[in-house]
Design a protein around this ligand. Structure first.
Ligand code: COA
Length: 285
């Protein structure tokens, strides 16, 4: 029987920190943190660069049940260093995914949810973060054979860099209007392409390209949620119950390449143009 979680209707998911988000998604009383703050999983690379570290390195690995199913929820804390992935936080996520994979391979059903609020590779840790993200990518692909890997980008950071690729690799991706999803962060694009093309301080402009609604309307994510914790949890439960999707968005490589090949890069894109280009393939437009 489906466990209906009681909560205040309309409770904001975005305003919760990552630990609270993990706890909320898991069945009441089932939350158990692995390598929490008491384990002092501190990055050794931040102090020498004058950055105050955090005892969980901004990554929460939570085990428990969702709707009675054995689950692991891994959340990145966007408030700490922009949710960037360092050696420790990256390895925590990668190892959690590998253990979930091993459990599923051994017939122990383990559902997987990723809460992604991240600026990608932590610039202060460079290649170490990159290596962990590569491990995360391959673990997601391996896990997809067993269970739906459910990604949630709720906001307030969004999901960028190598972790946007992790988001794209998820079997199912849920976003809100407040979320952003993009390979390069706005300031990076502005630096490379010039402020005339991309003004990183123009927030409506940024959201019109990388915001959750645009990503949903262009078919690059699967589900669009309000900033309502109960709604997001219901969507996660529904996806767990639905099991592995028949087809996975990121496997439609030819389809996306054909859209990209038609883009006229000689004219400045608008969000409407992008929607029109992608509308042909968006199943929910
Ligand atoms: N590594 C280290 N620190 C990062 C980071 C990263 N990848 N991404 C964000 N941060 C830090 C910022 O330096 C800032 O730190 P500060 O508060 O000490 O100044 C903090 O996180 C918040 O970022 P800020 O840019 O102020 O917030 P924002 O909401 O305007 O934008 C991002 C958030 C993620 C969109 C923006 O920081 C960004 O574009 N980051 C780079 C993303 C990217 O291209 N990554 C590629 C790496 S693979």
């Amino acid at each position: 029987a489906q466990v209906i979680k009681t909560g205040v209707l309309g409770e904001s998911f975005i305003e919760m920190n990552t630990r609270q988000r993990c706890k909320f998604l898991l069945d009441e009383g089932s939350f158990r943190e692995v390598l929490g703050c008491e384990a002092h999983t501190i990055s050794p690379w931040l102090m020498p660069q004058g950055v105050v570290p955090q005892t969980d390195d901004g990554c929460v690995v939570a085990k428990g049940t969702i709707n009675g199913r054995n689950s692991v929820v891994v959340g990145i804390e966007g408030i700490f260093q922009g949710g960037s992935m360092g050696e420790i936080s990256g390895v925590k996520m990668a190892a959690a995914l590998d253990l979930a994979l091993r459990d599923n391979q051994n017939g122990i059903d383990t559902q997987v949810v990723l809460l992604l609020e991240t600026g990608g590779v932590r610039l202060q840790e460079a290649n170490l973060g990159l290596a962990a993200i590569a491990d995360i990518h391959s673990s997601i692909i391996a896990l997809r054979e067993y269970v739906p890997v459910i990604g949630v980008v709720a906001g307030a950071v969004g999901c960028f860099g190598g972790m946007s690729i992790a988001a794209a690799l998820c079997s199912t991706l849920i976003v809100t209007k407040e979320a952003r999803l993009g390979l390069n962060g706005p300031a990076v694009i502005e630096q490379e392409a010039g402020i005339e093309e991309y003004d990183s301080r123009n927030r409506p402009f940024i959201w019109s390209f990388t915001g959750g609604e645009q990503r949903f309307k262009t078919g690059l994510v699967d589900f669009f949620a309000e900033d309502d914790a109960d709604q997001i949890r219901s969507m996660v439960v529904e996806q767990i119950n639905a099991g592995k999707p028949a087809s996975i968005r990121c496997e439609n490589v030819d389809h996306y390449l054909s859209i990209l090949n038609q883009v006229d890069t000689s004219v400045q894109a608008t969000s409407e143009m992008v929607r029109a280009d992608f509308a042909k393939g968006a199943s929910h437009e």
